[in-house]
Write a protein that binds this ligand. Sequence first.
Ligand SMILES: *Cc1c(COP(=O)(O)O)cnc(C)c1O
Length: 428
Amino acid sequence: MTPAAERPHPVDMTDRRGDHLWRPYTQMKHAAAPLEAVATSGSRITLGDGRELIDGIASWWTAVHGYNHPHIRDAVADQLGRMPHVMFGGLTHAPAERLAARLAALLPGALNHVFFTDSGSVAVEVALKMAVQLWLNRGITGRTRVLAFRGGYHGDTMGAMSACDPDEGMHRRFGAYLPSQVFCELPRTAALEADLDAALVAHRHELAAVIVEPLVQGAGGMLMHPPEVLATIEKLSRRHGLPLIADEIFTGFGRTGSLFACEQAGVTPDILCLSKALTGGTLALAATIATTEIFSQFWSDDPAHALMHGPTFMANPLACAAANASLDLFEVEPRLVQAGAIGRSLTAGLAPVRSKQGIADVRVLGAIGVVQFEKAPDLAALKQRFIARGVWVRPFGDIVYLTPALTISEGDLEELIAAVCEVAAAAA
Ligand SMILES: *Cc1c(COP(=O)(O)O)cnc(C)c1O
């Protein structure tokens, strides 16, 4: 590695105005300087100063097989030698054909038609576009809003952002620029189910779809709901003739203990979004998958009925090769068993925190463990403590959570749990 002094643009970390990088969700003036990562392996991140951190969150929930899995690395290297990229308009290739067929086979019901994009937010945009356009294709106008749930998160682009929780999301900051959606509480009780039903009736002439994150609202605070709540949402969507969009970008690929969260409720959405762990955390790829019934409404002699979307890097062959290799690993290695074992360790390990002062809740689902504080702690201080403790954990809002690689060793998981217990007790 080039010593810092010899780099062409030395970065003054005390005054970030000299920094060329604009960082995610960051007030550049006050944020602590980011740590430099130079290598990853398994569940470890190596820093520029030689320290090694145990990763508790698998790089924003993507690296389900741990970092640098040799099978994915080899598949990508092989594809790199043949064809790193080719446009997807008018051309096709084996990695995409194979991946689409495999996803269709893995997903429930008739979710058979796969549209590839390059990020989760864009996968959601495409789902919203499908929902809005399918009404137009039926000759029905005015159906341009979606019903979304409080606590939800669906991405940072405009359409996706408009479906995020209206208070926690960025609605106020972007005001009138955002499309206006209809929001409800998740139907956790009979009264809330009646509210949802009433909202669906009240807005029936303007709704295009219902969108939900099945079982766990991730970025909204790792808020979990039982499968029955999801089943109720499906039932009401059907009753009112609205397509159900399942955003499984966080929950997909074993995170909740099943390959897809919808399976636990026996729910088959009409449109499903995947990204995050799709390539095992190696390359940017997302997919919006529609049922044959949805797809049929775009199948027409009218060119205007075609789905009007097409990203430049659509179905990038390297990313598809990585995703195929990731699916191989789900076939040959016991990822769901590992997720179950992680869940048991998290349940046992985090239990003592529950009774500590200042702790509002401790919850576990699949390979997700969450400690919620009664009031938001000093996040910057908490992050520093974790790093000093040798772990990479990123608390946000009023929670600290663990979503490790499904392949994490027992020892590393114990370290992470111990760190969370220690820091949570000190912070509460
Ligand atoms: C992360 C996430 C997204 C957005 O994905 P990006 O790749 O960051 O655009 C959308 N929905 C859910 C549920 C997510 O967790």
